[in-house]
Design a protein around this ligand. Sequence first.
Ligand SMILES: CC(C)(COP(=O)(O)OP(=O)(O)OC[C@H]1O[C@@H](n2cnc3c(N)ncnc32)[C@H](O)[C@@H]1OP(=O)(O)O)[C@@H](O)C(=O)NCCC(=O)NCCS
Length: 193
Amino acid sequence: MKVLETERLILRPFTMEDLQDVHREVFSDPEVCHFYCGKTRTPEETAEWLAYRITEWKYSRFGRLAVVLKDTQEFTGFVGLEAYPNSFSRLPDDPQPRHNEVEVELSFAFGKRYWGKGYASEASRAMIRYAFDDLNMRRLVGGAAVENERSRKLQERLGFKVSLNAHPDWPGYVTVLDNGTQAAVAGAVHSAS
Ligand SMILES: CC(C)(COP(=O)(O)OP(=O)(O)OC[C@H]1O[C@@H](n2cnc3c(N)ncnc32)[C@H](O)[C@@H]1OP(=O)(O)O)[C@@H](O)C(=O)NCCC(=O)NCCS
């Protein structure tokens, strides 16, 4: 089932047939995993993750989508939306909120051989447009480790405002993209089905 389409990419729900590709490109690669999930996973752990992501999208139309090349259907990585109770990011304009908000972050990880080609930017723009235009979300709030230059640069390209995290216990960046920031969605082609 096709969900989102860009000039070079299709973003579609995962199937269990993606297991080998997801494991090879993302969860078995220490460099990809380092900033995404800490350490590599076993094939069984990847299978569990995949089953969860399939079910998540099936029932909610929210979560992660596989990103494949339009021409060859080759799996490159994934991009998605993740809701989380935010106890670790503090925004510069609200460094000590009384309560933790549930926020949604843009999540992404691509196989190393697909870095440096603009695929993550292209796929992210389509997912952001889906979040803002279809789901009518107010904003996306994420982050990045200071050393994760690629993630910071990607989020800057997408129009996220990048600030140092004001939480005293969590170094790194906090990133915010408000709905209505046109830079975020410029260039994306969108087709939902
Ligand atoms: C974060 C991550 C997705 C960024 O991937 P990326 O390929 O650097 O990001 P983009 O898709 O925006 O590609 C931009 C690069 O492609 C280049 N590029 C080449 N062809 C391009 C094209 N047609 N269009 C746009 N950019 C293109 C750009 O010049 C830029 O190059 P640069 O890195 O030398 O500046 C990737 O590094 C990754 O998967 N990391 C591991 C997981 C991770 O850290 N997740 C985030 C945790 S916070």
